[in-house]
Design a protein around this ligand. Structure first.
Ligand code: URP
Ligand code: ZN
Ligand code: ZN
Length: 460
């Protein structure tokens, strides 16, 4: 056989093993692993490099309606371009149901926005904000049956939060259909109480965002979310966990045998609440929820990654431009942190940060890196083994990493639609120099000639 592509001489790593072999690709799939595979239309020499499964980022917000006058910085073209340059081959954005809207209508709108625009493969999660009897009884079961098998609910944000009864009902519909429920766990009443108190006492600068969303609000809501899931008997994913007390709650539930999956993100390893305390309005660049905490909580998150409490490392990419009245500087926003759009960009920097700070600094090994950034995402959300590993029959979604490359993260070199990165100036070692999607070379030497539309929707 003549292969379409052979990646030769690299060190291949999966979530389980590290080995030296060549990878033969035909018709977008991996068809051979071995040596001296024979002729190919193209051979890429990966000597001295790691060959890893392409990253899967299962927590990404793109073109999501974000309230009046606010526009998310990325559409599907720029968001997937940024993801691709950061070593990803699949991302999982959210489809948000706005109150009063049907989920079908929301999905149609998202599919229309994504159609023909993507440079990575994508697959949607659903966000339920309005669990009407019709949604729970008919729409959601039908959509789950159609393969939309992950549903996010919010315990915070006034426009999106569900109360416990609504969460239980949504979880029940998910259980019946065999879907998993993702929960944004923060106690909204605590946050509102503290936000009002901050405003009454004039503490309206961005730093107030961090102090009005304390660890206790996240820990309590996480415990409650897992308890509700236990009652319903549905698998639950606790997303974007920021601190040790919450990690302890999750570890206890896992020890009891509850099917809980836990996720953390780069912001909880690299940023602290002090970043929100920068002069002027600069702190708004770091406003996300839950907020970054302190060094001790960063250490706790590293430990959670090392010990296996965390299964997923995602970006929670949620980009709003900084110097923009439709972004972090929305009109009236500067009167109080309450109005700053929540979310930061990170889909392009997620993998280089964990590779450099985790693998190159010896905190995690390369196999754990692959598990946390690709394999576990595919397994949790029903894409495995088509995605997330290097095996015969899997899609040839690959990232070739040069572990010797030194880079300084600069927004000027990023590909998203935002106007800053929270990690400006961070030095990293290791970079995904070549990115391959279903056998097509998408990025080579920091350069891409791939046209939008190469990314496909992956039904689950
Ligand atoms: O601040 C954040 N995390 N924004 C994105 C939306 C969410 O909560 O995941
Ligand atoms: Zn969230
Ligand atoms: Zn999010």
């Amino acid at each position: 056989m003549t292969y379409d592509l052979i990646i030769a001489g690299g060190t291949v790593a999966t979530a389980a093993d590290t080995f030296s072999c060549d990878i033969g690709v035909k018709d977008g799939r991996i068809v051979a692993l071995g040596h001296d595979l024979g002729p190919a239309s193209r051979v890429i020499d990966a000597t001295g490099h790691f060959v890893l499964p392409g990253g899967i980022d299962s927590h990404v917000h793109i073109a999501q309606p974000s309230g009046p006058g606010v526009t998310m910085a990325d559409d599907f073209a720029s968001g997937t371009k940024s993801a691709m340059f950061g070593g990803n081959t699949t991302i999982m954005p959210f489809c948000l149901q706005e109150k009063g809207q049907t989920l079908r209508a929301a999905l149609e709108a998202y599919h229309a926005k994504a159609e023909g625009q993507c440079l990575t493969d994508i697959s949607f999660h659903l966000i339920v904000t309005d669990p009407t009897p019709a949604l729970l009884g008919q729409e959601l079961p039908a959509l789950i049956a159609d393969g939309y098998k992950s549903i996010k609910v919010f315990m915070t944000y006034e426009a999106m939060r569900l109360n416990d009864a609504q969460i239980l009902a949504t979880m029940d519909a998910a259980r019946q259909g065999g879907a998993v429920v993702m929960v944004h766990a923060e106690n909204e009443d605590v946050i509102r109480y503290l936000t009002d108190q901050h405003e009454r006492t004039g503490r309206t600068a961005p730093q107030g965002h961090a102090s009005s969303r304390p660890v206790a609000a996240e820990r309590e809501a996480t415990h409650r979310a897992m308890s509700l899931a236990e009652v319903v008997d549905v698998p639950v994913v606790i997303v974007h966990v920021s601190n040790g007390a919450t990690i302890d709650e999750i570890a206890r539930a896992k020890r009891r045998g509850q099917p809980v999956t836990a996720e953390t993100c780069p912001q909880y390893l690299m940023l602290t609440a002090d970043d929100l305390d920068s002069t002027g309005w600069e702190g708004a660049k770091f406003v996300c929820s839950p907020p970054p905490r302190d060094r001790a909580e960063q250490d706790a998150c590293w430990k959670g990654l090392q010990t296996g409490v965390f299964d997923l490392f995602s970006s929670d990419h949620c980009p709003f431009r900084f110097d923009d009245t439709e972004g972090k500087k929305k009109p009236g926003g500067e009167s109080s942190f309450r109005h700053i759009p929540n979310g930061i960009p990170g889909v392009e920097t997620r993998l280089p940060i964990l590779f450099s700070e985790g693998v190159m600094k010896g905190r995690i090994d390369i196999n754990r890196f692959v598990a946390l950034t690709a394999t576990n995402h595919a397994k949790t959300y029903g894409l495995y083994p088509r995605k997330g590993t290097i095996a015969i029959g899997s899609d040839a979604d690959l990232a070739i990493w040069d572990p010797e490359t030194h880079r300084t993260i600069r927004h000027a070199a990023m590909h998203d639609g935002c106007d800053y990165t929270p990690y400006e100036g961070l030095e990293v070692k290791g970079w995904p120099v070549t990115v391959i999607l279903r056998g097509q070379v998408m990025v080579e030497n920091d350069h891409s000639t791939a046209e939008v539309g190469r990314g496909r929707y992956i039904a689950r």
